[in-house]
Design a protein around this ligand. Structure first.
Ligand SMILES: [Fe+2]
Length: 54
């Protein structure tokens, strides 16, 4: 169960990083900041779930 959560977080992190990259290329500051905030949350979730596996 937790391993699936870790995988889902990793997929979300990869997706949000790609969106941030595209937002930078498009000079879309609002989208970039929005997804940087979301990315931080997802990285926290990832840390929580990986910590539970230790
Ligand atoms: Fe999450």
């Amino acid at each position: 169960m937790i391993r699936n959560d870790v995988k889902a977080e990793e997929e979300a992190i990869a997706l949000y990083k790609e969106i941030i990259k595209l937002a930078k290329e498009e000079d879309d500051t609002t989208t970039r900041k929005l997804f940087e905030d979301i990315l931080r949350d997802e990285e926290d979730h990832h840390n929580t779930f990986t910590g539970l596996l230790e």
